[in-house]
Design a protein around this ligand. Structure first.
Ligand code: SAH
Length: 347
């Protein structure tokens, strides 16, 4: 059967042609799509087994100097209520997370210049000296190479910086004029050069996205060889220029997760909160389509609703202990289990 051959071809060559991507994204043949998911899952299982890595996500500030057109915490969204956590509050989340079994912490926030390099370094040193067996991931946007170097020396192991789109014209349609595609790409290269485990990624179904731009995203992943790739559906955020745009779909996101697993087999691939937001079992479906990471929320419950990158974000009402138990159950239910270690990239 032609379609089985197509999956086999993508699997064995670890690449994809543009017309093949188009064919997959347009297909609604359930047997074909299920066998794509199945193949991707097999590839992931062979490398990582039925183990799912967990990352404790600490959303430490929603204050941002940028004005990305899609993002609910963009500077000019006056309806966003702003907050930032102190070092003490961050450490409280880390310590609680450690007790719950987390061995990776992701510090994510807007580009909040209140946090100086010295402050980030101090926080990193605190975390690493309290918990030397843990990995720390930063997701704090664009800074200078010198700053990235300093954070790395202070103990940051990994860095998530979604490229958002690998097409410059598309990038410019999602961002204001003072942001630059070239700068974002340079940041990613600097981070890799410095020695971070690096994650790039993009939103599925962002306004103006096409087969062409998605194909460029996939080719960028193949070329850049990131350790992690974060993708999730675009979801409109009220108070932003894109508030009335259409959301990305569950099916497209799952198909792209599978394709990414097939063309870059060792990648650490989260089933994201956005995926869980557009479908109640979205994260489970993501795992079954080839993802192998989940990122439960470790932020203080009091601020979670305020970190609204998009509308209706899930898991904003539960305590951290409830979140990890819920995730454990969800994974067990589909035959996977969460593991309590750093969950590094396997070569
Ligand atoms: N400021 C940091 C990280 C925070 S935003 C940075 O620039 O890297 C984390 C990610 O959320 C972004 O990279 C973007 O891809 C995603 N995001 C933002 N708004 C979104 C929306 N409306 N729907 C879905 N994902 C969104």
């Amino acid at each position: 059967m032609e379609e089985e051959k197509l999956i086999e071809k993508i699997y064995s060559t670890q690449t994809i042609e543009k017309d093949e991507l188009e064919y997959i994204l347009k297909s609604d043949d359930q047997d074909f799509i299920q066998s794509l998911f199945h193949k991707a899952r097999q590839v992931g299982d062979k490398i990582y087994g039925n183990k799912i890595y967990i990352r404790g996500l600490i959303e430490f500030s929603n204050i941002c100097k940028n004005d990305c057109l899609y993002c609910g915490i963009r500077k000019s969204n006056t309806s966003a209520q702003r907050y930032r956590l102190t070092e003490e509050e961050i450490m409280y989340c880390v310590n609680e997370g450690y007790e719950l079994g987390y061995r990776t912490f992701v510090l994510q926030g807007g580009e909040d210049m209140y946090y100086t390099d010295d402050m980030y370094c101090h926080i990193l040193q605190q975390i690493k000296s309290a918990h030397p067996d843990c990995a720390v991931t930063l997701s704090i946007g664009e800074r200078t190479r010198e700053s990235y170097q300093r954070y790395h020396e202070a103990g940051a192991d990994r860095f998530l910086l979604r490229h958002e789109t690998a097409d410059q014209v598309h990038y410019e349609s999602l961002h204001p004029e003072n942001m630059s595609f070239e700068h974002r790409m340079n940041c990613l290269h600097d981070l890799k050069d410095i020695g971070y485990q690096v994650g790039c990624g993009f939103m599925v179904g962002s306004p103006n996205q096409t087969i062409d731009t998605l194909y460029q995203d996939l080719m960028f992943i193949k070329e850049f060889q990131p350790h992690m790739v974060g993708i999730g559906p675009f979801i409109p955020a009220s108070g932003t220029p894109f508030e009335n745009e259409k959301a990305g779909t569950l099916n497209d996101t799952l198909k792209l997760l599978s394709i990414i697993r097939l063309i870059h087999p060792h990648v650490l691939l989260p089933a994201t909160t956005a995926l869980g937001t557009i479908h109640p079992r979205g994260r489970e479906m993501g795992i079954l389509a080839g993802a192998n990471v989940v990122m439960p929320n470790l932020s203080p419950v009091g601020v979670r609703k305020m970190y609204s990158l998009y509308d209706n974000k899930i898991c904003t009402g539960e305590e951290s202990a409830q979140c990890i138990r819920c995730m454990d159950r969800r994974m067990n239910h589909i035959g996977y289990e969460i593991v309590k270690d750093r969950g590094d990239y396997k070569k």
